[in-house]
Write a protein that binds this ligand. Structure first.
Ligand SMILES: [Fe+2]
Ligand SMILES: [Fe+2]
Length: 171
């Protein structure tokens, strides 16, 4: 939930940018690069990573109520939808940089999709799914999961910059 708060602050910046685009009819592609890096490294790899690889993995071993299992599957497909939308945003930004006149409309559409769907995803987790999932775990299991979250986070900065170097090496 703490991580959701930072994601919301980024979404507020995206909303601000959308309002500016409407006035100026242009976008700074570097803002899109920054937003994409935040979404991919923080929101997806670090945050969804902990949800999918640890929380959802452990929940899948429990006898979930039908409603909880349905919501977990919805959340998973929303993560996948976020990835696809981000990829489309990257493609639109590449076309924008190369002077494609139609790319700005696509950038606006993809940013609009992200600021619309992501708060609803967060809300579903904060208000319904996370509170419900607590009931399936003992205190001991809770603590084990928290320890694994911390370990997971520790790897992130190393993974990120290894990938930065590897990308440079392969270009
Ligand atoms: Fe999520
Ligand atoms: Fe989340």
């Amino acid at each position: 939930m703490t991580e959701h708060r930072l994601i919301e602050r980024m979404l507020a910046q995206v909303r601000k940018t959308l309002a500016q685009i409407e006035i100026t009819q242009k976008v700074n592609p570097l803002f899109i690069d920054t937003a994409v890096d935040f979404i991919r490294t923080y929101a997806d790899r670090t945050h969804h990573g902990k949800e999918e690889d640890i929380l959802f993995r452990d929940l899948a071993k429990k006898e979930l109520s039908e409603a909880d299992r349905r919501v977990m599957n919805e959340l998973l497909s929303e993560h996948a939808f976020g990835r696809t939308t981000t990829k489309e945003l990257v493609d639109a930004n590449t076309r924008y940089r190369s002077g494609d006149d139609f790319a700005l409309a696509d950038i606006v559409a993809k940013l609009g999709t992200l600021v619309d769907f992501y708060p609803r995803h967060i809300d579903k987790e904060d208000k319904a799914f996370f509170p419900a999932s607590r009931a399936y775990f003992s205190d001991q299991e809770d603590q084990a999961m928290l320890a694994e979250f911390r370990e997971f986070d520790q790897k992130m900065i190393h993974e990120k910059y290894r990938s930065v170097v590897e990308t440079l090496e392969h270009n």
